[in-house]
Design a protein around this ligand. Structure first.
Ligand SMILES: NC(=O)c1ccc[n+]([C@@H]2O[C@H](COP(=O)([O-])OP(=O)(O)OC[C@H]3O[C@@H](n4cnc5c(N)ncnc54)[C@H](O)[C@@H]3O)[C@@H](O)[C@H]2O)c1
Length: 437
């Protein structure tokens, strides 16, 4: 198929490259000239396992091209909108990128000679948003939805860090379509993928499935984070409790890992957006309000755990912060717990020295004046305490190293990647989130 993908970010580029590798001709369109140039030279503009290799293949074979120009839309059978949907200040979803993409698509559709191109939204948008684009598309193209072009919503469930793998092995495919014809075109687009459960539904239900999924996952992590506080105080280990829970097939072991608070480009903005959407119609989503609240508290607790371990305030103390990305395997720092944690440490007067193997350039855009170390060792050198925020494998270092480098070998491990027995025998004062025993 000929496919245009609007937005060459994490979702658009991975989807575009995946679809191209299945034999489709894909044109990625992005307003960011730098990203377009990167893609055309087969270089991913962000860190994502396997994406450079995939781009090398599909760009080399001319199956994927990138451009700022929307003209490919006029000969595409499917046009996928994959632009960002950030939060507005009140938490509601900002559809301005989606709306401007729809207007540009509509203009290009005016000259389409194809029988029934389908415009589908892959960006995460609250129920009703995709349908609200129809008047824009009709106005700009002079054509009629359902007659001259189709519409749909195909939510994306990829995880950063394993996005390429997730594209080729999804758990399920959800297709919300305006009508049967739009649905069949979108089904055809997925035909090269392995057979997985397919949910064919309305546009609004597809939109809601994405929010329900992310809100539930955020709730699950929020739950285990709260549990971790109880375990710390009551003398047990949260991982053992989570394992015992997760073996129940009704619960499942996934997303039961306590940490410094969840983050990333989606959970926070999506939970806030669906909360705002519900409030706008007079509902009170108490559970999700609490999930947001509890997550803010979890991030703030990291500074408290450092204080407890040091037995004093943080003013003037050098704290080595290891990890800035919201999770390992990505350089994405959008809504990373490290942001709130570093702010909290700074507000308590600590000298937080930051290190991340991949995410420092992005973090520097948010904290240009913070001190950054060039290596793990540089961050630890002379530090009063160390806080592990991201579960990068390279942070799993032996206790003797903390003892050798730090002024005061005190470590708070929010991800439990260090070996407590090794820390103890090396003489490190070690505190793991969720471990009271
Ligand atoms: N990142 C994820 O893990 C993930 C997973 C599932 C769903 N989503 C959803 O997918 C959407 C995109 O997320 P992302 O992380 O890929 O965002 P991103 O910021 O990485 O990419 C969005 C891209 O769209 C481009 N863009 C903006 N306006 C444009 C326009 N009018 N025309 C062409 N390009 C335009 C931007 O320049 C940017 O490159 C969001 O709604 C997000 O919630 C993201």
């Amino acid at each position: 198929m000929k496919i245009s993908v609007i937005g060459a970010g994490y979702v658009g580029l991975v989807t575009g490259a995946g679809l191209a590798s299945l034999g489709n001709d894909v044109a990625c369109i992005d307003i960011d000239e730098g990203k377009v140039a990167n893609v055309n030279s087969a270089k991913a503009p962000f860190l994502e396992e396997g994406l450079d290799d995939l781009l090398g293949k599909v760009v080399g074979a001319r199956k994927l091209t990138a451009s700022k120009d929307y003209s490919s839309v006029s000969h595409s059978e499917v046009i996928l909108i994959c632009v960002g949907t950030p939060s507005r200040s009140d938490g509601s979803v900002d559809l301005s990128y989606v709306n401007s993409a729809a207007a540009a698509i509509g203009k290009a559709l005016a000259s389409s000679k194809l029988d029934f191109p389908v415009v589908a939204v892959k960006s995460t948008v609250v129920p009703g948003s995709t349908r609200s684009l129809i008047p824009v598309l009709e106005r700009e193209s002079g054509k009629k939805a359902g007659k001259h072009f189709g519409t749909g919503m195909v939510p994306e469930f990829l995880r950063e860090g394993s996005a390429v793998d997730d594209f080729f092995k999804p758990d399920r495919i959800v297709i919300g379509a305006l009508d049967g014809k739009s649905g069949s075109v979108l089904k055809k687009m997925h035909s090269g993928l392995p057979s997985v459960p397919l949910v064919e539904t309305t546009i609004e239900t597809a939109e809601m499935i994405k929010y329900a999924s992310n809100s539930f996952l955020a709730t699950k992590i929020g739950f285990v984070n709260e549990l971790s506080r109880a375990c710390e105080r009551m003398g047990m280990n949260v991982d053992e409790v989570a394992r015992g829970m997760g073996l129940d097939s009704r619960i499942s072991p996934h997303f039961l890992r306590a940490g410094p608070g969840w983050g990333g480009s989606c959970f926070g903005k999506d939970v806030k957006a669906i909360v705002a959407a519900q409030k706008s119609i007079g509902l009170r989503p108490k559970i999700l309000d609490a999930v947001l609240d509890s997550n803010e508290e979890q991030k703030k607790r990291m500074a408290l755990l450092l204080e407890e371990s040091l037995g004093s305030g943080l003013k003037g103390r050098k704290i080595a912060v290891l990890g800035l990305a919201f999770k390992a395997g990505t350089d994405d720092v959008r809504d990373s717990p490290a942001i709130a944690i570093v702010r909290e440490l700074q507000s308590r007067g600590a000298n937080a020295v930051l290190f991340d193997p991949a995410a420092m350039p992005n973090f520097k855009l948010l904290f240009p004046d913070a001190p950054y170390a060039a290596s793990i060792e540089g961050a630890l050198e002379g530090a009063d305490a160390c806080l592990i925020v991201t579960e990068w494998k390279q942070f799993a270092i032996p206790g003797v190293k903390f003892v050798r480098l730090m002024k005061n070998p005190t470590v708070v491990d929010s991800r439990r990647i260090l070996d407590p027995a090794d820390m103890k025998s090396a003489g490190v004062k070690y505190k793991a989130v969720g471990a009271g025993a």
